[in-house]
Every structure is written in structure tokens, then in C-alpha cells.
Design a protein around this ligand. Structure first.
Ligand code: GAR
Length: 206
């Protein structure tokens, strides 16, 4: 299966996918495009280091959402990707890419949706919010993407304990290591194997 991975920053989730295509559970998966919302994303270097084609398609370089959305769709179509994976991608996708790739876009979110998600909840912020609320477990969620932030059908979730002396940074690190870097490759594996069915907005794994 050919996939496009969308990024905005450091790209550790991209790295987890790359590693799994080399000697892990994604040997038959090919990353045909890394699309970044920012030219400064370190994820672009990870793509270059692994010979993966990349593109920067930044909202601020376009006059309208429509023109930017068209450019995103064109890049994905040209790559031949069958699945789009948002791996730390921080822009809200435009309506055209969401409808043309309906049920073929997944996102990883660093909290247990429906907690600590939605507009403005990205990066370190869900972890700060989780600690401020005093929750005893948090984790990560892989879900399909619709036109709203963090709202589509949930595919996989994994939880970790929140420890009494956690900081947002320590919690973020544990969730990345124990949840995100495993969950996202696992979600791609399930989709590549045709094991995911969506009925009435609910994901089932066959
Ligand atoms: C990850 O923790 C990811 O879950 C989060 O951004 C980080 C990106 O790290 N995504 C969101 O907050 C989306 N709402 P990475 O660039 O090292 O993969």
C-alpha cells in the first residue's frame, strides 16, 4: 500500500512509520510522499535521509483555502498514495482533500479522544490540560479524519498511567514512546490488510 504522511514538526511519528517499513510490521507499505505544512519541519530531513519524496504546501503561501486545498489534493494524487496519514500535522485540512479521500485519512492525537482534543489542542497542550484536570490515565488515539478537528471515527486507542510527578513533557514523552509510535504503524497495518470497516461512524476491526 502506498501512503502519504503529512507532518508539521519533528517527525518522530514519521520516523516510527519509516522504521516499520524497513524492519517492522509495514514491510509492504511504501511512503510515496511526505507533505509538510512548514518548510522548517525537521520531519523533512528525516524524509530526505531516507530517500522519500517530500513537498512543502503551506497555507500561508496561498491566497485562499481553495487554492491551498487544491494544491494538497494535487500533491497526494500525483504521489499515487491510497492512504493519507496525519503524523503531527497541525493544519485543519481543507474540504476537498477530506471529501476526495473520505475514510482514507487517519490522524494520531496525543490524548484519549473525546478528552483534550479539538481546536488548539495540539503538541504539548493536551498534556498540560490532562495534568490540570488531574486525570489518572491518558494516552493516544488514531482516528479517521473529517472536516472538524479530532472528530472522525476512532480506530485505535492506547492508555498510560499518569504519574504523580509527571510534567507535561514527561507525560508527552511516555505517550509518544508507549502509545503513538506503536499505534500509528499498527493502524496503517490494519488498513493495509483491509481489516477496518466503518459503519454508522463506528470503526470495527475484522
Ligand atoms: C505528536 O505528539 C502528535 O500526536 C501531535 O503532535 C506531535 C507531533 O510529534 N499531534 C497533534 O497534537 C495533532 N492534534 P512528531 O512531529 O514528533 O511526530
Amino acid at each position: 500500500m502506498k501512503i502519504a504522511v503529512f507532518v508539521s514538526g519533528g517527525g518522530t511519528n514519521l520516523q516510527a512509520i519509516i522504521d516499520n517499513t524497513k524492519d517492522g510490521i509495514l514491510k509492504d507499505v511504501e511512503i510515496v510522499l511526505v507533505l509538510s505544512s512548514s518548510k522548517d519541519a525537521y520531519a523533512l530531513e528525516r524524509a530526505a535521509n531516507n530517500g522519500i519524496p517530500s513537498a512543502v504546501v503551506s497555507r500561508k503561501d496561498f491566497d485562499s483555502i481553495e487554492a491551498w486545498d487544491d494544491a494538497v489534493v494535487s500533491a497526494v494524487k500525483a504521489s499515487g498514495a491510497e492512504l493519507v496519514v496525519l503524523a503531527g500535522y497541525l493544519s485543519l485540512l481543507g474540504p476537498k482533500i477530506v471529501s476526495e479521500y473520505s475514510n482514507r485519512i487517519i490522524n494520531i492525537h496525543p490524548a484519549l479522544i473525546p478528552s483534550f482534543c479539538g481546536a488548539g489542542m495540539y503538541g504539548i497542550r493536551p498534556h498540560k490540560a490532562a495534568l490540570a484536570k488531574g486525570v489518572k490515565v491518558s494516552g493516544a488515539t488514531v482516528h479517521f479524519v473529517n472536516e472538524n478537528y479530532d472528530e472522525g471515527p476512532i480506530l485505535l486507542q492506547k492508555a498510560v498511567e499518569v504519574l504523580p510527578d509527571d510534567t507535561p513533557e514527561s507525560l508527552q514523552k511516555r505517550i509518544m514512546k508507549e502509545c503513538e509510535w506503536k499505534l500509528l504503524p499498527e493502524a496503517i497495518r490494519l488498513i493495509a490488510d483491509g481489516r477496518v470497516v466503518i459503519e454508522n461512524n463506528i470503526c470495527r476491526i475484522r
